[in-house]
Design a binder for this molecule. Structure first.
Ligand code: RM4
Ligand code: MN
Ligand code: MN
Length: 397
């Protein structure tokens, strides 16, 4: 029997849970071997906003959309008005702004870490444009991921590139407005396979700290070595007040960008638990942007997104079921089995009936997926988009 106190905590957790959807999660994506095209995929920012709005309408917890500047605002700051109009049309807000300094030919050997000063400058200019876009859209976070690195030992000066990164990030920080933050993402591999300039959380932390007080670290759950204890990284960053946000996705081998919780839901639970335990213990609110960063190559895009959001809510709710007081006591007395059982019991709780109740109390469908399937939205966009999507090129030849 679940106590009313616990139920209240669960509702409180659900009420404030928000997760941001990536515009690129609605578009046709693929692997380096090619794309499988979907008739209903979004290819314009209008379509991406429309799809994100549908997910928010059904789940109620996704009011913001992350934007990838080159893909969504190809004319940079000049596209701000257009995006603002979409925001009010769909009742959504722009979320994190993601610069793209990895796609243009000039970035073959890097962006902020490129040995060519002119290319470093071009990358910085693009990032500064993104800061301005963020200001224009009233969005808080500029989210930085760099493909920089090298493929062969000895081919780049790692220390020099670190200095260039520190410079570029400091220059970015200088342009932030008071309400803006910059998030520094790390990744140990891909597309560079010998070294990446920001390979892990330690490097991201050092760079964020040297950039300035509004910089934080972004943890993409797919960007770790096998077996790494991600919740420990989370606990450390929380303690240092340096955890800015997450890119959620799941993985089995590399940066697989699979659906959150599809491979290891216990890991996401443990991450949420560290955050909620921190809040319980310190009385502070962890100011963290939860974001999805997934590539739905085979699953229906909108269904995959609804599945993700549903999973996120379930795992967050399970973490809110942990008996914090009891856990703290068990930890103190080193009652190992009992402490672990505290976590396991919470993780094993079937929270779905309580989430359904909560959703209905908010005027949301109890079952978002079923509501989506009944809505006719997919049939409508499939008919509208089919021709254009199936004419797109899927081969790299
Ligand atoms: C990267 C990284 C970034 C994302 C790009 C598309 O692997 O996760 O966050 O913006 O992919
Ligand atoms: Mn990411
Ligand atoms: Mn990634």
């Amino acid at each position: 029997m679940i106590s009313s106190q616990r139920l209240e905590r669960l509702h409180g957790a659900l009420n404030r849970f928000r997760i941001e959807l990536p515009s690129w999660g609605f578009a046709n994506t693929g692997t380096r071997f090619g794309k499988f095209l979907q008739a209903a995929a979004a290819s314009t920012i209008e379509e991406k906003f429309s799809d994100a709005a549908e997910v928010h309408r059904l789940t109620g917890v996704c009011p913001t959309v992350a934007l990838h500047v080159l893909w969504d605002l190809p004319n940079g700051v000049r596209d701000v008005g257009r995006v603002r109009a979409l925001e009010s049309q769909h009742g959504l807000r722009s979320g994190s702004i993601n610069p793209n300094v990895f796609q243009d030919q000039c970035y073959k050997h890097g962006s902020l870490g490129n040995p060519d000063a002119a290319i470093r400058r071009a990358a910085l200019d693009h990032i500064l444009d993104c800061v301005e876009i963020g200001k224009g859209l009233g969005s808080r976070d500029v989210s930085l991921w760099f493909a920089d690195g090298s493929n062969y030992p000895g081919t780049q000066n790692i220390r020099q590139r670190k200095k260039w990164f520190a410079e570029g990030l400091r220059a970015t920080h200088e342009r932030l407005s008071a309400g803006q933050r910059m998030l520094v993402e790390y990744k140990p591999f891909e597309p560079a396979f010998y070294h990446t300039d920001i390979a892990d959380w330690g490097m991201a932390l050092v760079l964020a700290q040297s950039a300035g007080p509004q910089a934080r670290v972004l943890v993409d759950t797919g960007h770790h070595y096998q077996g790494q204890n991600i919740e420990q990284i989370v606990a450390w960053l929380l303690d240092l007040d340096m955890l800015g946000g997450f890119h959620f996705n799941d993985r089995r081998y590399a940066d697989d960008d699979l659906t959150m919780g599809s491979i290891d839901p216990y890991q996401v639970f443990r991450i949420f638990h560290e955050i909620l335990h921190f809040e319980w213990e310190t009385g502070k609110t962890a100011d963290i942007a939860y974001m999805v960063d997934q590539s739905h190559n085979l699953k229906g895009k909108i269904e995959a997104m609804i599945q993700t959001v549903t999973t996120a809510l379930e795992l967050f709710a399970k973490a809110a079921m942990v008996e914090e007081e009891e856990l703290a006591l068990r930890q103190k007395s080193c009652s190992l089995v009992d402490a672990e059982t505290c976590l396991k019991d919470a993780f094993s709780t079937d929270v779905r009936p309580m989430i359904r109740e909560w959703a209905e109390s908010k005027g949301l469908p109890a079952d978002a997926m079923a509501a989506f399937r009944r809505s006719g939205y997919l049939e409508k966009i499939t008919a509208e988009r089919r021709e254009r999507n199936l004419a797109a090129v899927s081969s790299y030849a």
